[in-house]
Design a protein around this ligand. Structure first.
Ligand SMILES: C[S@@+](CC[C@H](N)C(=O)[O-])C[C@H]1O[C@@H](n2cnc3c(N)ncnc32)[C@H](O)[C@@H]1O
Length: 381
């Protein structure tokens, strides 16, 4: 199978897959290939935090041109996967000299499937690009065509805990990946000082308690497959839930906007995580570290989408607040505003290139050591 992911998360995803029990794990570019049985495919969809979707190859063949593609797709027995009453959609990607238009490839594939059904059943299944019963993935690389079924359906960042929002929330897969990159493992207190709709808080609690990432999701595409084994799936859910662990630290969120606090609390309740997370209305710049012992901070501050904030001053205040009020803290932030980042005024001990949607961003780490009055910060050794 192949699990797709975001730029820079391949190593994290490979590690997640190995921990879950996948074999022959191989990192690619924005994807990781692995082997596993049907039960493992269910488990991967349910548990992986950094996968966007999981596709299962069903056929692979050499292909010369569009006519050849049509012929070979037509030859496949599509009634194994689809009925005339079900809907389908095609996702195509091409990386080949002979095929340059992915849209044309998906149209040819669709034509071949539809013509085959007309020929054998006298009727054809309809296309539904938004909510198909079956999503078919075509990948042409040089002169090889791989045909796969999308076992996930909508992207796996749709965890199922988020209610509609007008706040620009961070993608859940991105948030989980950033937390894992930051080394968050639930062994100390956690704070998101600008939590918005609470994505970092929710993902941090799920990591801390080892709760399957997609336990609240409405469903997966494989549940509509003809060979879906509901008993096996229930067993996988039960065994994954048995592997959750206790968490004895605090997870806290601040936001200065009351609407964000309400939204975060709603989402946290939807995820059944209210017992682990506290959210309060605060201006981060007026707060200080409340508890003894190490603190892990991870957040995405505004990056300048609103013109009413003076970004240079805002990022300088982030640096001052961390330095003066948060001793004994490892603080991580992600921003795409690389100019404003310079005004934090602290030397980052790590800088990792990531993408927030299409925006090139940095995940940076600042280490604030315990000090007598003011926190000392320094480059981590
Ligand atoms: C980019 S959003 C964070 C989105 C969040 N990670 C999510 O997934 O929804 C930035 C948030 O910072 C909040 N904010 C801005 N200035 C703040 C301050 N001084 N103290 C606390 N929150 C602040 C905004 O209200 C906004 O909700």
């Amino acid at each position: 199978m192949v699990a797709k992911t975001l730029f820079g998360f391949e190593e994290l995803l490979a590690k997640e897959l190995r921990n879950l029990g996948a074999s022959n794990v191989m990192e690619g570019t924005r994807n990781v290939a692995f082997e596993g049985d049907t039960g493992f495919m269910y488990k991967a969809n349910l548990c992986l935090r950094t996968a966007i979707k999981i596709i299962k190859p069903i056929h692979s063949f050499p292909v010369r041109d569009e006519k050849d593609l049509y012929r070979k797709i037509y030859r496949m027995d599509w009634s194994d996967y689809l009925t005339v009453d079900e809907t389908f959609a095609i996702d195509a990607t091409v990386n080949s000299e002979n095929f340059t238009h992915s849209l044309y490839v998906s149209q040819k594939t669709k034509d071949a499937i539809v013509d085959k059904f007309r020929e054998t059943h006298g009727k054809r299944p309809d296309v539904d690009v938004k909510h198909p019963d079956m999503r078919i993935n075509i990948h042409i690389h040089d002169s090889t065509c791989n045909v796969s079924l999308d076992s996930s359906g909508s992207s796996l960042h749709h965890r199922g805990y988020r209610t509609a929002t007008n706040i620009a929330p961070i993608n859940e897969v991105l948030a989980a990946g950033l937390l894992l990159l930051s080394g968050w493992d639930g062994q100390c207190n956690f704070l998101d000082p600008m939590c918005g709709s609470g994505t970092f808080l929710t993902e941090a609690a799920m990591i801390a308690c080892n709760i399957p990432a997609n336990i609240n999701r409405k469903g997966f595409a494989f549940e509509k497959w003809h060979d879906f084994d509901s008993e096996l799936y229930e067993k996988i859910v039960d065994s994954s839930l048995r592997r959750t662990r206790e968490f004895h630290h605090k997870i806290t969120g601040f936001d200065k906007a009351p609407s964000a606090v309400r939204k975060a609390l709603d989402n946290i309740e939807n995820a059944n995580l209210s017992e682990y997370i506290t959210v309060t209305r605060e201006d981060f710049f007026k707060t200080q570290k409340e508890t003894e012992g190490p603190l892990h901070i991870c957040f995405n501050p505004p990056y300048g989408e609103r013109l009413d904030i003076d970004m240079e001053n805002f990022y300088a205040q982030i640096g001052d607040t961390l330095k003066q009020n948060y001793p004994g803290t490892n603080a991580w932030l992600i921003t795409s505003n690389l100019e404003a980042l310079k005004f934090v005024g602290l030397r980052p001990s790590r800088k990792i290139k990531v993408f927030n949607s299409h925006l090139e961003s940095r995940l940076v780490k600042y280490v604030m050591y315990e000090g007598s009055k003011k926190a000392k910060y320094n480059k981590e050794v």
